[in-house]
Ligand binder design. Sequence first.
Ligand code: AHM
Length: 327
Amino acid sequence: MIKINKTLTLEEFRYNDVKQIPYATGELSNLLRDFSLAVKRINVEVNKAGLLDVLGTSGLTNIQNEEVMKLDDIANTHIFNVLSSGYSCAGVASEELDDIMIFDNPANNQSKYILLYDPIDGSSNIDTNVSIGSIFSIYRRISKPAPDSPCTKEDFLQPGHQIIASGYVIYGSSTIFVFATKRGVNGFTLDPTIGEFCLSHPNIQCPQTGSIISFNMANYYQFTQPTRDYLKKFLTDKTTNLSHRYIGSLVADLHRNLIKGGLFLYPSTLAHKNGKLRLQYECNPMAFIFQQAGGVATTGLEAILDIIPTELHQRVPIIIGSPYFFK
Ligand code: AHM
């Protein structure tokens, strides 16, 4: 028999993992499978973006008064359609939708989970073929799962330390799906020949330190004095040998820093007093991944994962990366 190296698909990996958890029902695996199906559909649109009519703005604005790109809208619909026609979550919240969407029917009401997502992160990069991503987080409901009990707003306003699983997909030189649970962080690369995500980055650990520092340099003089002092400490230390790298797509910037080690900041600026990035759709999922991989995520004053959300689309400053930068 010809020797073929064994590569686990996402489903095989979850199946093996779930076998080791005596009380697991497989519902979380089904939800991850559903999400992976939606992102495969998004990946097809991203790959043909210049050929299809998916570039540019949709003419709409979202609740935060930001322009919605056509691909934001398309990706949002793919994720919504797959999750609302499956039975693995009771409802969703999207960065592109004003309010939560409750799948109020007896089957979905029995699900333990709800999911929040940013369908396309890094939207300003869509038209120039720069890497973009999708981000999600999954929480166990506070409301009771039962056929006549739909999920509630409260389920979506939990602090990040309650996350059951979070992850991102990066549509880059290859398409990679990374997700974290309390059992670790693993990355799967899409094999386009068979249409499956296959384990390529097992047990990801964030390096203790790193040489990459990422922030929007054009905002430097809009940062507060304490932020500038914090940065100066590293930028003037010749022993650290730092390089500045900033893509402007959170998923791409953080995927690189997670693998290579480094620091990323989107702090408070004059224009964005609370930072620009959204707690529930961007900061919490990424903070959970970094924490499970041994990294750190804070606003500068408190741990990202400890913030009690007060509204769905709330923004927070974020400093995230290798532990060395937080000593
Ligand atoms: P988006 O939700 O419109 O995609 O904005 C979020 C993006 C992040 O991916 C990225 O880290 C940040 O905005 C870049 O912002 P800036 O252009 O201000 O540096």
